[in-house]
Design a protein around this ligand. Sequence first.
Ligand SMILES: [Zn+2]
Length: 406
Amino acid sequence: MAVIRASAERIGDRAARLARIGAAGTAVTRLGLTAEERRAHDLVARWLAALGARVRHDEAGNLLGRFGGDGAAVLIGSHLDSVPEGGRYDGALGVVVAVEAIEALVAAKAALRRPVEVVGWADEEGVRFGIGLYGSSAAFGRLPANVERRADARGVTIREALRALGLRGDPRRARIRRGAVRAYIEPHIEQGPRLARRRSALAVVSTIVGIAHARVTVRGRQDHAGTTPMAERRDALVAAAELVAAVEAAASARPETVGTVGEISVRPGAKNVVPGECVFSIDLRAPRERDIDATLRALRAGARGVDRRRGTTTTVDLVNRVPVTRLDADMRALLRRACGAAGVDAPDLVSGAGHDAVNPQLDGVPTGMIFMRSHGGSHSPRESADPRDAARAATALAEAVRELCA
Ligand SMILES: [Zn+2]
């Protein structure tokens, strides 16, 4: 059997070329279903076509490049969109690694009896339309109802955005037939410090955390900032401030649980008016459902206490819930062996970020993920990754594909 050799140089070069699309300095802005995302798809499509793929877009705007015939394929890849002013590697490096795995397999003249498909998922970040994991949700039948009518901040709907990209405007048509995907493997940067601390280039993801998104509305009483005595106020923002601190306390009290308030708005929002209403977001994540449930219960109880003391009325609405997803045990074992073949003794790691891999796994497709060591956090221009680590991931991915397609 020919030795598989992935090239760090080629990976570095391709990652740099992708990073120029939507770039401002070292920051990358490539929102889902935009012209920038499409330019990234077009660049990857050229690489795939040069390697002999049949390349197409599905009706959700996902990019697919198929090697081999029509049967059930092994699907590999990640996403090509970014957050606003994001980094160069989140998503993009996973797609580059998938392309490199194919290139290495072609160079090694590996005999693949089954088809392989490289995917660039559209709009994973969900920044523009508020639907995270959009492209893979469409492919695996997990889109919310009436999704095509969701609009961005300018009022452009998903249907219109798809039509602007030359598609028909119905992302549900992207649904992949059951049984048409044999397995899915996603390489992705870790986006956290754990691999760097362990001095390991790669990890095999065991579980992807569950996520609960809630919207909290605190209603108090709008009043004059000069004439309303302190004891007679029902200040919605001060009540909300207590609740924001309660999110931190409730998440800190549970193992591996994280809670974030990232958005807050105050009405009417004037310096001489006691706030009448305050709305904020909660993002809760944990590798165990019971910790998410318990944190939500603690926050609801905390809100009742604040309302009693302050005369406010608080509602906590659950906006979205993604279940804790354990990745397929056989795929994890396969990826550990494959990382070993690439010279890496890869530890298991829980993913604190959501990933497209959730959707195929929940749809019954055996799914695995390889994490690559990264530095400087993520969703930020400081994010970085070493092409040599990515080359190890590409070698491991190629080994896994060879085994699955033998
Ligand atoms: Zn990502």
